[in-house]
Design a protein around this ligand. Structure first.
Ligand code: HEC
Length: 290
């Protein structure tokens, strides 16, 4: 083969490959765009929202335990741009005061517990919908009461946006939608209702609505192994577990990473009884087969 022919064939091969990549990117862009615009037919529920000062204060604590502030939504729930990429991608956690003053109670219930926005589209995966889906009416009512006291003073934050890179990553890593995960968690809950002693049932409720976010739906650890199975608590004494929750220091005096930060900012606000209920539930052998 002459040098000329080799060059010609390499050129055609390169052009073919490039067209394939372009076509692939375009079809992912369209598929993801369609998925992002998909709507979910779920009704919001009108739950009771208290207005007394004690309930609002308790709502603040319930929100803090779940990281509604001092986390993704900024230090004081004022909202934050969590991520910006060069391709125009923006992941924005909205100002919660702004949202609470504009959404009805049904719309707030649906966004928080079902992962569905007022326009019917799903919240982003980063919102821990599966964890919030099993919140009780009472706790959610108090959280909404507190949310409604939050100032709506943000300079308009931009909306979240998925650029081409984020769409490809979402496609490759099988992006799941909050609305789907919330529906799965609710279905699972209906299959295995909390038929157990009051204290264990309380412990299970807390584990599911506070620890699920990072320790996985079944509490057996995050799928990417960034956090361990909570069966590790069976190796903890009650005192050691108490120190972990209040000070973020692990058994044997070990310093942790993210867990230390969330314990100090969030779990230090558990009551003694809540820590005991969590400890009892995570220590009951059958909690690992629920
Ligand atoms: C925001 C994420 C997050 C949440 C929420 C969370 N954890 Fe963790 N947890 C982690 C991570 C990550 C680790 C692994 C250690 C590290 O990197 O800090 C961990 C480790 C642990 C460990 C192992 C400590 C050891 O001995 O090594 C225990 C026990 C634990 N978590 C209990 C809990 C309980 C109980 C809850 C709910 C009340 C909870 N975690 C909620 C992220 C979280």
């Amino acid at each position: 083969m002459t040098v000329r022919r080799i060059l010609k064939w390499s050129g055609w091969t390169l052009l073919g490959l490039l067209s394939l990549v372009l076509l692939g990117t375009l079809s992912i862009h369209i598929t993801m765009g369609r998925d992002l615009a998909a709507t979910f037919a779920v009704d919001g529920e009108l739950i009771a929202v208290p207005s007394d000062a004690a309930s609002i204060e308790e709502g603040r604590r319930q929100a803090q335990l779940r990281g509604c502030f001092q986390g993704c939504h900024g230090r004081a729930a004022e909202g934050a741009v969590m991520l910006r990429l060069f391709d125009g991608t923006r992941v924005v956690a909205p100002n919660l005061g702004h949202i609470a003053s504009r959404y009805s109670v049904e719309e707030l219930e649906r966004a928080i517990r079902r992962g569905v926005r007022p326009d019917g589209t799903s919240v982003l995966r980063i919102m821990p919908s599966e964890m919030l889906s099993t919140l009780s009416d009472e706790d959610l009512g108090m959280i909404i009461a507190w949310l409604r006291t939050q100032p709506d003073d943000s300079d308009e934050l931009p909306d979240s946006r998925y650029g081409p890179v984020a769409r490809i990553l979402g496609f490759v890593f099988k992006h799941q939608f909050g609305a789907v995960l919330a529906a799965e968690a609710i279905a699972q809950e209906q299959l295995a209702p909390h038929g157990m002693s009051a204290s264990r049932s309380r412990g299970r409720y807390l584990a599911e609505t506070v620890c699920r976010e990072c320790h996985g739906n079944d509490l057996h650890g995050a799928p990417d192994s960034s956090s361990p199975s909570l069966s590790i608590v069976t190796a903890y004494s009650h005192d050691d577990f108490d120190i972990l929750m209040r000070e973020g220091v692990a058994m044997g005096g070990r310093e942790l990473g993210l867990m230390a930060a969330v314990s100090r900012s969030r779990f230090a606000h558990f009551t003694e009884d809540e820590i005991s209920a969590l400890y009892a539930y995570l220590n009951s052998v059958d909690s690992w087969f629920d």
